[in-house]
Ligand binder design. Sequence first.
Ligand code: PGA
Length: 259
Amino acid sequence: MFVAGNWKSNKSFNEAKEFANVMSAMSAMPEGVEVMVAPPTPYLAAMGQLEWPCRLGAQNVSATGPGAQTGEYTAEMLAGCGVQDVIVGHSERRDGHGEDDEAVAEKVNRVLEAGLRVVFCCGESLQDRQTDVHFDKVLRQMGSGILHLPVELLDRVVVAYEPIWAIGTGLTATAEQAQEMHAAIRGWLREAYDESTASRIPLLYGGSCKPGNADELFACADVDGGLIGGAALDPESFRAIVDAAGRVAATRMHVDTNS
Ligand code: PGA
């Protein structure tokens, strides 16, 4: 299981360090759960120096390599600051900052070339869902963002399904809606690659995931964790979601041992 927190443009630098302290003072993270936090970009170098029980994530990366690109930062620069995972293709970047499929695919390439792991986001708008094109939309995003990758790079790909209508709105996909989309994504990966690749890639759900609904969402067979926005800002609620993932991880490990 994998639980990733995306702070977006929130928290002062002091609050960010305080969050890391609080996380460090908690009991060990549950077995079978990887935990990542993506603070705002200006904090990454300092947070990469801290000892805390979270992988360090970035919320964005430049689509280009080094050079005359004012204000941009390369995947290698992120790696040098201790970043391990990079979120790419979040709807707030696609829709709010004009990132098209081509730019998203370039960013995926840059992250993987730098040896980092990519958290690739996909998801449909409310209108897509209401007009019944949500599967087409998400699988098309998978095609343009992922399909060109050779299979050996897929070990460093995590997919986050984030229905746009559920992000920051308090509306959550039902467990059934999450599971059916995750199953479609898993099926797509099986077709595009193979069974073992498809089953290894963590598929995260994102969109108003919180302590009160995490158990139900994570219990879905094809949900392997969450990409958490608002509920990742408070260490206690983030930890409660991590613990929900821990309960599911324990069940899945039990099934593996007995099969
Ligand atoms: P939310 O955000 O949990 O606040 O809905 C999720 C995300 O955008 O990653």
